[in-house]
Design a protein around this ligand. Structure first.
Ligand code: ZN
Length: 162
């Protein structure tokens, strides 16, 4: 049964409110995570607690329990001068910066002009209601090493560090 410190492997299909597929993990390559360590969106983690191997679930996650509400304040425009002169900027490029509270935020470049760089610090799925169609394919206790690292290792025990 899925509980804190379980290593969970699952397949899923993620669609948005209009039924458009955003992401999926199939049986050949299930998604594996360490439960109770905020590695998946909070709404999905809560819904999966207590699930058994083989169980199938449809979980609807609101933006607040998913990737956050869309925040217009996180859309800003900077001068190109604020970037290193040799930085090769392109639309869609992502980089980390700190917000006013010192929290790291991933910004995506959305527009480039000769002088300005338009940035969006919202998660690409911010404001989306997420529909997960999940099947739990494996649940096992985490190893001491996985707990020390705070993440799951591969199903074969191999290390998959990003
Ligand atoms: Zn590790």
């Amino acid at each position: 049964m899925i509980a804190k410190d379980s290593v969970v492997s699952m397949t899923y299909i993620l669609t948005n409110a209009s039924g458009e597929e955003l992401d999926r993990a199939s049986k050949d390559e299930p998604f594996t995570y360490l439960h109770g360590h905020s590695q998946i969106v909070p709404g999905l983690e809560k819904a999966l607690a207590g699930s058994l191997i083989g169980s199938q679930k449809k979980v609807v996650v609101t933006p607040a329990d998913g990737y956050g509400e869309f925040d217009a304040k996180l859309r800003t425009t900077s001068s190109r001068k604020q970037f290193p002169p040799d930085a090769e900027l392109s639309i869609g490029m992502r980089f980390a910066a700190d917000d006013d509270d010192g929290q790291p935020i991933i910004f995506t470049i959305t527009e480039l002009t000769a002088d300005d760089v338009s940035l969006d610090g919202n998660h690409p799925l911010a404001g989306e209601t997420l529909h997960f169609d999940v099947e739990i394919v494996d649940v096992r206790p985490a190893s001491a090493e996985e707990l020390a690292h705070g993440h799951a290792h591969g199903p074969d025990g191999h290390h998959h560090h990003g």
